[in-house]
Design a protein around this ligand. Structure first.
Ligand code: NAD
Ligand code: DAU
Length: 354
């Protein structure tokens, strides 16, 4: 067993080298010096340990390079640290990649989650408390029309291979709670944005392309709507639900911030024009073939987490998007390091014939 006795709690965070995981660990490791955090991540293209340089030597943080699809490794790690909690973020997360190749999504999102649930089941069988916090998405609910919101009791209706695998993992978590009494909570969050997001996702992709004078590829008519939430607000919500969420409950998290993709891209262009000067970047906007099965609108009713746990987003969209654009412009080296040969191949495949 690792020497962690002096800590109050030992918590595993899977996917801690990804976008939300990194922001979460940067937030939690300093906020809870009496907790010990183990970042379990196999470092796919989306995992980047350089995000975590400021905490890598912290006494209450450790990294374990483990693939959650490898049950023996997961189980050994659980035995080594004797965790009493897990915040599960590891996943294949990009919808377009799931359309091009769903197999990895089934493996990591379904089998990987199953392995963690099994390790948790073994842990409770040995005795002691264990809280399983599953981080999921609003995409499990499918697509909204012009009105209405996703609530906690909205029926599941996933449309992409990504959302279908996340839905499968949500169901497994619920089943382990009901069947084995696992203390589990699930959060279903809307689109996050902010620092450390891989530049395959809409906002960092647009910032990077606009900076380089490349086309800004808008899918379909550009009128699909997403409900954007600044990543730090999501991290605060996870912190609250992990500590105070009711066992067996699910919590929807969203920014009350619906915006059409085309409006968002125009806004990013205007901010970049203001900061960098030069020709208006809106002229780079290029409409391209739509994403197959593209969900039209997502919008979250977050009243349950607001009323139950007192959560509210702290960042307005104006603040969050300005911080985000500024962060990517100031962290050009980080951005360009993500864009390795692998990413260029992906970009070519995804966008060359659209
Ligand atoms: P990301 O793609 O940026 O990061 C995923 C991380 O998981 C990476 O560090 C990667 O190396 C790791 N990983 C992938 N497969 C693994 C495996 N088999 N074993 C161990 N580690 C593995 O994802 P993200 O955007 O930070 O999303 C994190 C979680 O939050 C996901 O579960 C996602 O479904 C969920 N979520 C994301 C959003 C969003 O807007 N990004 C919104 C709601 C929910
Ligand atoms: O809603 C939560 C989900 O948000 C998370 O579960 C996913 O992990 C995360 O990737 C995100 O999914 P989206 O598909 O909504 O995000 P993405 O950034 O890929 O796309 C946002 C919108 O922008 C979507 O309507 C598709 C559109 N888009 C995207 C890209 C990459 C474009 O128009 N052009 C693009 O090049």
């Amino acid at each position: 067993m690792a020497k962690t006795e002096k800590f109050e709690r030992k918590i595993a965070v899977t996917g801690g080298a990804g976008f939300i995981g990194s922001n979460l660990l940067l937030y939690l490791v300093s906020r809870y010096p009496r907790y010990f955090f183990v970042n379990i991540d196999c470092l796919t293209y989306a995992g980047n340990l350089s995000n975590l340089i400021s905490i890598e030597k912290a006494p209450n943080y450790r990294f374990e390079k483990i693939d959650i699809c490898d049950y023996a490794a997961v189980s050994a790690c659980f035995e080594k640290y004797d965790f009493d909690g897990l915040i599960h973020l590891a996943a294949e997360s990009h919808v377009d990649r799931s359309i091009a190749g769903p197999a990895e999504f089934v493996k990591t999102n379904v089998i990987g989650t199953f392995n963690l649930l099994e390790a948790a089941r073994q842990k409770i069988a040995r005795g002691g408390n264990f809280r399983f916090h599953h981080v999921s998405t609003d995409e499990v609910f499918g697509s909204l029309g012009e009105s209405g919101y996703f609530g906690e009791s909205t029926p599941y209706n996933p449309n992409s291979p990504y959302s279908a695998t996340k839905a499968g993992s949500d169901h497994l978590v619920r089943a382990y709670h009901k069947t084995y009494g696992l203390d589990a909570v699930t959060t279903n969050c809307s689109n996050n944005y902010g620092p450390y997001q891989f530049p395959e996702k809409l906002i960092p992709l647009m910032i990077r392309n606009a900076k380089a004078g490349l086309p800004l590829p808008v899918y379909g008519d550009g009128r699909n709507i997403r409900d954007w939430l600044y990543v730090e607000d999501h991290c605060r919500a996870i912190d609250l639900v992990f500590h105070r969420g009711k066992s067996g409950k699910t919590y929807n998290i969203g920014g009350h911030n619906e915006i059409e993709n085309i409006e968002l891209v125009r806004l990013v262009c205007r901010l970049m024009d203001e900061i960098l000067g030069g020709e208006p970047r809106e002229k780079l906007i290029t409409y391209v073939t739509d994403r197959p099965g593209h969900d039209r609108r997502y919008a979250i009713d977050a009243s349950f987490i607001e009323n139950e746990l007192g959560w509210k987003p702290q960042y307005s969209f104006e603040q969050g998007i300005r911080r985000t654009v500024t962060w990517y412009l100031e962290n050009e080296v980080w951005l360009e390091n993500c864009v390795s040969g692998q990413y260029l191949k992906y970009y070519e495949k995804m966008y060359s014939n659209r």
